[in-house]
Design a protein around this ligand. Structure first.
Ligand SMILES: Nc1ncnc2c1ncn2[C@@H]1O[C@H](COP(=O)(O)OP(=O)(O)O)[C@@H](O)[C@H]1O
Ligand SMILES: [Mg+2]
Length: 249
């Protein structure tokens, strides 16, 4: 078995920017066992059960090295201690257990931990100390047309496009801030428009069910007409300032 050093990474950024997608890609790229755990799944109302759930995740990981453990939606698991307002202090104990597991990882090679959150401001700061989730990766919004086009092309790989569609033109007509999820929603709206158009044409006797549904420039236009980005300018500014704060600028 190859030797690995402790490797703990943490992704944060606005919703829909591809954090979960990125972690899944890591799992597919590396030939390693991948354990994916959503924060809320670990929380249990029975006394002691939430800590037990965390112990169990790390136990599973250690018995399957090399292994990637992905904690998604980590903010729900670890709101700031003392501020969470839960009567039994469940969150406090959960965070303590998670910290204990992360700290004891140093000696056991081969377990890689990745975390992700949309709300880095809610995270318990003790999770971000050196030796814990100490490598922070900001997963931001695509604001330049080049990367927006790349994401659009990736999303549309499985769609059939009318050869007349110019994706550069579609991207140029998008709002400047587009998350990956926004671009996906735009494509799915265009698909809905294409299907409606196709049904209309079949009813009018102009098309048949045998030919595939092709996304046309017109379908993208109708999708763009009602499109609103999911992350507002104000939210984006808030993420930028958190990003600057966390990267020590
Ligand atoms: N960079 C990207 N490239 C392609 N698709 C993306 C990208 N980012 C997001 N998406 C699309 O948006 C969906 C939601 O992304 P997700 O990874 O769940 O975001 P997050 O976890 O950051 O909230 C994905 O399933 C995918 O369809
Ligand atoms: Mg996610």
């Amino acid at each position: 078995m190859p030797h690995f050093n402790k490797f703990v990474n943490f992704g944060y950024g606005p919703p829909g920017t591809g954090k979960t997608l990125l972690a899944k890609a890591v799992a597919t790229e590396c030939a390693m066992t991948f354990l994916s755990v959503k924060g809320p799944e670990l929380i249990n109302m029975y006394v002691g059960q939430s800590e037990e759930n965390i112990r169990e995740v790390f136990h599973k990981a250690r018995s399957a090295v090399p292994c990637v453990v992905f904690f998604d939606e980590l903010d729900s698991l670890a709101p700031n201690r003392g501020r969470s307002g839960d009567s039994g202090g469940v969150m406090d104990r959960v965070v303590s257990q998670l910290l204990a597991e992360l700290d004891s990882l140093q000696s056991s090679a081969g377990v890689f931990v990745i975390g992700a959150t949309n709300r880095p401001d809610l995270l318990d700061q003790s999770l971000l100390r050196p030796g814990r989730f100490d490598k922070l990766v900001y997963v931001g919004i695509n604001e330049d047309r080049v990367s927006q086009l790349q994401v659009l092309q990736a999303i549309l790989r499985k769609f059939q496009l009318d050869p007349a569609v110019n994706l550069q033109d579609v991207v140029d007509r998008c709002p400047t801030r587009m998350t990956g999820a926004d671009l996906y929603a735009l494509c799915s709206d265009a698909m809905t428009a294409a299907i409606k158009r196709k049904i209309q044409q079949i009813n009018d006797g102009l098309d048949s069910e045998d030919s595939p549904v092709l996304l046309s420039a017109e379908d993208f236009s109708s999708a763009l007409k009602n499109f609103r980005p999911s992350v507002s300018e104000a939210e984006l500014l808030r993420y930028r300032s958190i990003h600057q704060e966390l990267s020590g600028q």
